[in-house]
Design a protein around this ligand. Structure first.
Ligand code: HEC
Length: 272
C-alpha cells in the first residue's frame, strides 16, 4: 500500500469532516447554504423584518423602513367599510359584512363643514320603527344629558346641575336646526362642534343615522307633524319604510309581468 495515498485519503476525510462540522445546522443556525437565496427569500415580506446580508434591499435600516405597515391606496376602501345594505339582503353584488366603519370624506374645517351641509342631504336608511327605537336608546345615553330628552337644549347638565355646563347646547327644536340638512348633524357627530366632542368612535355609521332620525322625530312631534315608518310629512329627504316596501312590491310585480309576457323574439338579436 502506498503510504502517501493513505495520507492523502486521511487528509481528505479530515477536511470533509472539518467542513461538515462547522456547516451543519443546529440551534439557531441554518448551517451552510448550498445556494444562499434558497433559505432567505429574495422578496421582502410586508410586516416581517428578515434582513440577510446577501440580499440587496439596501442597508438593514432601509429594509426595516420598507417592511413597516403602509397606508392603503388612496380612494380604496376595505371590504366591510361601506354603508348601505348587506349584499346577502339584496342578493346581488360581492358578499361582504359591513362593519360600521364607513369612510368620511370631509375634513375638520369650517369650509368642509359647509360642504358637508350642502352635499349630505338624504338619510341613507329608510325610517323604521326599529331604527327609531335604536336611535332613541342611543340619543338618551349619548346626547340627552346636554341636548335634553325633548331635544330642546335643556339637558340635565344645563337644567338641574346648577347650570354648571358652561355653554348652551344646540336646541334642535329651533327652525334653524329643523331646516338644516342632515349633513349638519352627521358632520357634528363625526367631529363635534366647539365644546361638544365627536362621536365617530362611539356610534357606528348606521347608529349615527338612527340618532339623526330620532332627532328628526322629536322635531316633528314639536311641529305636530308625522315622522315614522308609515308616513313622513316632516321633510322630503328621509323616506318612510312603507314607501320603500311599496316600491319593492311594484318592482316585483313588474318582473313577474315581464316573465309571463316575455316572448322569444325579445331575445333574438337583429341581423346586420
Ligand atoms: C357634553 C354636552 C353635549 C353632548 C353629550 C352632546 N352635545 Fe351636541 N352640542 C353641545 C354643545 C355645547 C353644542 C353647541 C356647540 C356650539 O355651537 O358652539 C352642541 C351642538 C350640537 C349640534 C349643532 C352643531 C351645529 O352645527 O351648530 C348638533 C347637531 C349636536 N350637538 C348633536 C349632538 C348629538 C347627536 C349628540 C349625541 C350623540 C350630542 N350632540 C351630544 C353639547 C353636547
Amino acid at each position: 500500500m502506498n503510504s502517501l495515498n493513505c495520507l492523502y485519503g486521511l487528509a481528505v476525510i479530515g477536511f470533509l469532516g472539518f467542513l461538515s462540522s462547522c456547516q451543519s445546522p443546529g440551534g439557531n443556525t441554518t448551517g451552510s447554504e448550498y445556494m444562499p437565496d434558497m433559505a432567505h427569500s429574495v422578496a421582502y415580506e410586508a410586516n416581517v423584518f428578515g434582513y440577510y446580508y446577501n440580499n440587496r434591499w439596501g442597508s438593514e435600516e432601509d429594509l426595516h423602513k420598507m417592511v413597516q405597515p403602509r397606508k392603503p391606496v388612496s380612494g380604496t376602501i376595505a371590504r366591510g367599510y361601506a354603508g348601505g345594505i348587506d349584499a346577502h339582503e339584496t342578493g346581488r353584488g360581492v358578499a361582504y359584512k359591513k362593519n360600521g366603519s364607513v369612510p368620511y370624506y370631509y375634513g375638520d374645517t369650517e369650509e368642509e363643514r359647509l360642504r358637508a351641509i350642502a352635499e349630505i342631504i338624504n338619510n341613507p336608511y329608510p325610517i323604521t320603527t326599529a331604527g327609531l327605537e335604536r336611535g332613541k336608546a342611543l340619543y338618551t345615553i349619548q346626547c340627552a344629558i346636554c341636548h335634553g330628552e325633548k331635544g330642546d337644549g335643556a339637558g340635565y347638565l344645563v337644567r338641574d346641575d346648577g347650570g354648571k355646563y358652561p355653554v348652551q347646547p344646540a336646541n334642535f327644536l329651533l327652525d334653524d336646526l329643523i331646516n338644516s340638512s342632515n349633513g349638519r348633524y352627521y358632520h357634528t357627530l363625526i367631529y363635534g362642534r366647539n365644546l361638544m366632542g365627536g362621536y365617530s368612535d362611539k356610534l357606528s355609521y348606521e347608529e349615527r343615522w338612527n340618532v339623526i332620525q330620532y332627532i328628526r322625530s322629536l322635531q316633528a312631534v314639536n311641529k305636530k307633524l308625522e315622522y315614522n315608518e308609515k308616513l313622513n310629512t316632516f321633510n322630503t329627504t328621509d323616506v318612510p319604510y312603507s314607501v320603500v316596501a311599496q316600491k319593492m312590491l311594484q318592482e316585483q310585480a313588474v318582473v313577474a309581468a315581464m316573465d309571463t309576457t316575455a316572448s322569444p323574439s325579445v331575445h333574438t338579436s337583429g341581423g346586420h
